[in-house]
Design a protein around this ligand. Structure first.
Ligand code: BGC
Length: 750
């Protein structure tokens, strides 16, 4: 029988110091600690995130020996659906499987930002934008937890590369952390309440996440109101006692007797107050109590239904990048040839701790043959080693001659993985060579891509009439993708990461992956489209892009703003947008309208545009829908590094609406009424800053300026005025004696 929440205070009072300390780490690599004499059962936790990886052994490194489970598309694919409902359904299914295997918590999702396309683990992450990642991960977490089991939102925080991941320090400025790297976590924490958060391996600005009080307590608990448990990534603990003090509750993998002993010793020596340990233990027991009912009644799940859902998710994840002359969908009776190894041997998931043992595996070749006839020609065309193979190419050319060649290309397993980063984004040369050869003889070429993170397309884009980016689509990627190719499903996926023309266009590349245990996030907030828009780079396919077999029109944008006052809360709506989306084609389909904001007159640096909201709406041919979206005070705010808080400025906001970050047919400007952002006046505030907030002081400066020979009217002489106005006020007497020392003291004293 499981423990209940009500029993926890009593249990804590019965635990010895050693028992309490032992609960701060697991019982083995995948279980929490049990204490039999008190009936505390240390349940199992497992990876995650897009399928259950319940290992059959207690070892940590045994990555590939786990019970069968449904492998859904990885996060890169789930994010490309921009479909919170579908992702929520996937969550429910993951929760059912977790529960039915008597596992208390799934270790995921991972929501780190895609700072660079090179991060080896991007396939496990959602997006280069916190709004997309935050919304979709919230849906997933809610779905999983609806089944009475927990999630572990990871890797908190700034774990944006695999290189040196166990010790690298991510050097990130405060505003960038707040506006780019933390908001997706904040969103999920506040709206979906994950039972646990997994801290990252890396350090942030010199302090390991596993012992970072600012991160784990001040931001996570004090500011965001988080009341769940913080678990270490497997092996992320450096100094266990510092970790407890910082807010790290559970060390994994377990069986950490030395660290448990250190905790007990720290309590005895007074270094650690026992009440802090009690709080930690209470959180561990709360997790067990929450999972108790599900563990007492695990239930079962419908393997076929989950596979069918995985197929829908794979189809939903596919992004139609290009479709010249509407070569897709394939039309019935069309002469088609299937080329490329991945049609028969799908690349459908990534390597590392997320690797699932699938319940079954569909191939695109089988599914297309089901739809098109068993005699549909196929040729593998290339080998995974990347070597040129003229025989394979010749065979493919013969198969494709005169037909619509559907080429299944992408990255081999080895190209991207947990544990290391890529060094380039190129497609293997032997596959490009194959495409060129097939192009010569085929009637049309359709490229279907399988890869975990964006790959360069510029070198071969002109060789393809259509490109369908399918990411790592899970165990039903073969059938799901076939559904899109045949038109059974109208694609509605959109890019959650930009496909740059060249890797060197990506601003983060100047500082990726760092060196000598440091990585400096020198590009600041300018990751992904934010940077590429600022530097006005052309891109291959922009963030948010995705075609459909139908067409959509955006019209009649209306924007209404309400004044913002001191009492307006962060979540209060302050701008209402309405616009209409119409399906102007002859097929049913789903549009994904996106809302971006920009602040051209801001006094602080702002990105050209930033996504603030999106919707996914299904429309029948000819159907229109009016969409209404509210933007909150927070949506208009920036992180002010003097106030250490969100600040909203009065002035102009540009709102853009459309189908991608570079296809924004609707735009409107709206003036926001809000109090000016005022910073506290200090000795080193400038004369201008003082004048702005203190009229009496302003008058004194003006008259004194006249006396000492500054021009009569400062506005008429901006050069001279700038000398005075930009001066920190404590330097006034030294450099421009516009007042007496007594007057200055009096002013500063106030
Ligand atoms: C990974 C985590 C994973 C854990 C347990 C770590 O190496 O970073 O994402 O949940 O192992 O397998």
């Amino acid at each position: 029988m499981s423990i209940t929440i009500d029993q926890i205070p009593d249990l804590v009072s019965q635990l010895t110091l050693e028992e309490k300390a032992s609960l701060c780490s697991g019982g083995d690599a995948w279980h929490l600690q049990s204490i039999e004499r008190l009936g505390i059962d240390g349940y199992m936790v497992t990876d995650g995130p897009h399928g259950l990886r319940k290992v059959n052994s207690a070892g940590i490194i045994d990555l590939y020996n786990s019970v069968p489970a449904t492998c859904f598309p990885t996060a890169a694919g789930l994010a490309s659906t921009w479909d919170t409902e579908l992702v929520g359904e996937v969550g429910v299914a993951l929760g059912e499987e977790t529960r039915s295997e008597s596992v208390a918590m799934l270790l995921g999702p991972g929501i780190n930002m895609k700072r660079s396309p090179l991060c080896g683990r991007n396939f496990e992450y959602f997006a280069e934008d916190p709004v997309v990642a935050g919304e979709l991960a919230s849906a997933l977490v809610r779905g999983i937890q609806s089944q009475g089991v927990g999630t572990s939102l990871k890797h908190f925080a700034a774990n944006n590369q695999e290189t040196d991941r166990l010790r690298v320090s991510a050097e990130v400025d405060e505003r960038t952390l707040r506006e780019i790297y933390l908001p997706a976590f904040e969103k999920v924490v506040k709206t979906a309440k994950p039972w646990t958060i997994m801290c990252s391996y890396n350090a942030i600005n010199g302090t390991y996440s596993s012992q970072n009080h600012w991160l784990l307590t001040e931001v996570l608990r004090d500011e965001w109101g988080y009341d769940g448990l913080v678990v270490s990534d497997w092996g992320a603990v450096v100094d266990r006692v510092k970790g407890v003090l910082a807010g790290l509750d559970l060390e994994m993998p377990g069986d950490a007797p030395r660290n448990d002993a250190r905790i007990a010793e720290a309590v005895r020596s007074g270094e650690l107050d026992e009440s802090v340990l009690d709080t930690t233990v209470t959180r561990v027991l709360t997790l067990l109590a929450k999972a108790g009912p599900a563990m007492d009644n695990p239930g079962s799940y419908d393997v076929d239904a989950h596979h069918a859902l995985a197929r829908r998710a794979a189809a939903g994840a596919a992004v139609l990048l290009k479709n010249d002359d509407q070569v897709l969908p394939l039309t019935s009776g069309e002469q088609v040839a299937v080329i490329g190894k991945f049609a028969r041997t799908p690349r459908y998931q990534g390597a590392g701790s997320s690797k699932v043992n699938p319940t079954r595996l569909d191939t695109a070749l089988d599914s297309l043959r089901e739809a098109w006839g068993a005699d549909l020609p196929f040729a593998p065309g290339f080998n995974l080693a990347g070597d040129a193979d003229p025989d394979l190419v010749a065979e493919a050319v013969e198969a494709a001659r005169g037909r619509t060649a559907v080429l299944f290309l992408g990255l081999p397993d080895i190209a991207e993985s947990e544990g290391y980063d890529r060094t380039h984004t190129d497609m293997p040369a032997n596959q490009i060579e194959l495409l060129r050869a097939v192009r010569e003889v085929a009637a049309h070429t359709v490229v279907v891509l399988s890869n975990g993170s964006s790959i360069g397309v510029a070198e071969w884009d002109d060789q393809a009439d259509a490109i369908l980016e399918c990411w790592l689509g899970g165990q039903a990627s073969g059938s799901g993708v076939a559904d899109v190719l045949t038109g059974a499903v109208n694609p509605s996926g959109h890019l959650a990461e930009t496909i740059a023309l060249r890797l060197s266009d990506v601003p983060a590349q100047l500082n990726f992956p760092g060196e000598l245990q440091h990585v400096h996030y020198g590009e600041g907030r300018y990751i992904g489209y934010r940077g590429l828009d600022a530097t006005e780079r052309e891109v291959a396919y922009p963030f948010g892009h995705g075609l459909s077999y139908t067409t959509f029109e955006y019209s009649t944008l209306g924007v209404e703003a309400r004044p913002i006052s001191e009492s307006t809360n962060q979540d209060d709506p302050v701008v209402t947008l309405t616009f209409t989306v119409t399906n102007t084609g002859d097929r049913a389909g789903a549009a994904v309208p996106q809302v971006y904001v920009g602040f051209p007159d801001s006094t602080v640096d702002r990105c050209v545009r930033e996504l603030r909201a999106f919707r996914r709406i299904e429309l029948a041919p000819g159907q229109s829908e009016q969409v209404s979206i509210e933007l909150t005070r927070r949506d208009l705010s920036y992180w002010d590094v003097i106030l250490h808080d969100w600040a909203v400025e009065p002035g102009r906001v540009v709102v853009e609406v459309g189908a991608s970050s570079r296809d924004l047919p609707l735009n409107a400007k709206v003036d926001i009424e809000a109090p000016r952002v005022l910073h506290p006046l200090r000795r080193d505030s400038t004369v201008a800053e003082w004048m702005e907030q203190d009229e009496e002081f302003a008058a004194k400066v003006r008259s004194a300026a006249k006396k000492v020979g500054f021009s009569a009217d400062m506005e008429d002489d901006p050069t001279t005025a700038s000398f005075l106005l930009t001066m920190p006020v404590y330097k006034v007497l030294q450099l421009a004696p516009v007042m007496s020392p007594e007057e200055l003291d009096e002013m500063l004293g106030e």
